[in-house]
Design a protein around this ligand. Structure first.
Ligand SMILES: [Fe+2]
Ligand SMILES: [Fe+2]
Length: 225
């Protein structure tokens, strides 16, 4: 266990990345819902396809976050505190339920983008699927923040967390990172942004290099002109 020689206190993991991921997932679930609610029959395929492409990136980030939790962070915590204390079975079941819900949104958005489809029925189906996915997601994030993350803070050391985060970064495909870096930075407040660039200095340049790529997808969430 790593402790500060000056204070004798154990150094805690930096939770900035997971905080930003959860914050970005929550914010963009709401923004996706707003963008989807605003489309009409004349937005097919155009704006609907753009929302679908943005959703594809959003889903990619959520899939990756869950993979890192399933393969790295959750096993490390379970080894320390036991699976029951951190509600591992429930969290894992929620990951699986979300996989199904995420695919349903994908299917519904694809159906809605077809100009030959029944707009009213397809729109209602897509809105309902996104709403169902969001409900599962919010319940999942809340459970994780209530049970797993507080234990992670007290039972995993800062050094162990740095090692796990380094492995997660290494296991992040380049295409996912291209979207993820500007996605997290644009959802950060000023203090979080400063802390992020200070803790991982290359992110500042990678943010600027990938911002245009990110905006190409994110533009679909802006209110219609
Ligand atoms: Fe999770
Ligand atoms: Fe999470």
């Amino acid at each position: 266990m790593s402790t500060s020689p000056a204070t004798g206190q154990r150094s805690r993991p930096d939770d900035l990345i997971v905080t930003l991921v959860h914050q970005s997932l929550r914010d963009d679930a709401a923004r996706l819902a707003g963008a989807l609610a605003a489309v009409g029959p004349g937005d097919r395929p155009g704006r609907v396809a753009a929302i679908g492409a943005c959703y594809g990136q959003y889903r990619g980030q959520l899939d990756l976050h869950h993979r890192h939790e399933d393969e790295l962070f959750f096993p490390a915590l379970a080894a320390r505190v036991g699976s029951e204390a951190m509600h591992l079975d429930e969290l894992t079941a929620q990951h699986h339920a979300l996989d199904t819900a995420l695919q349903a949104v994908c299917d519904r958005l694809a159906a809605l983008a077809d100009p030959a489809g029944d707009f009213g029925a397809d729109h209602a189906g897509a809105v309902a699927a996104l709403s169902a996915m969001t409900e599962l997601l919010l319940a999942h994030l809340t459970l994780e923040e209530k049970h797993a993350l507080p234990l992670y803070q007290t039972e995993i050391t800062a050094a162990e967390n740095r090692e796990l985060e380094a492995r997660a970064r290494k296991a992040t495909p380049r295409d996912r990172a291209r979207f993820m870096i500007p996605w997290l930075v644009t959802h950060a407040d000023q203090d979080q942004r400063t802390a992020l660039f200070r803790s991982i200095p290359p992110l500042r340049l990678l943010y600027w290099l990938n911002l245009r790529y990110y905006r190409r997808f994110e533009a679909a969430l802006a209110p219609a002109a």
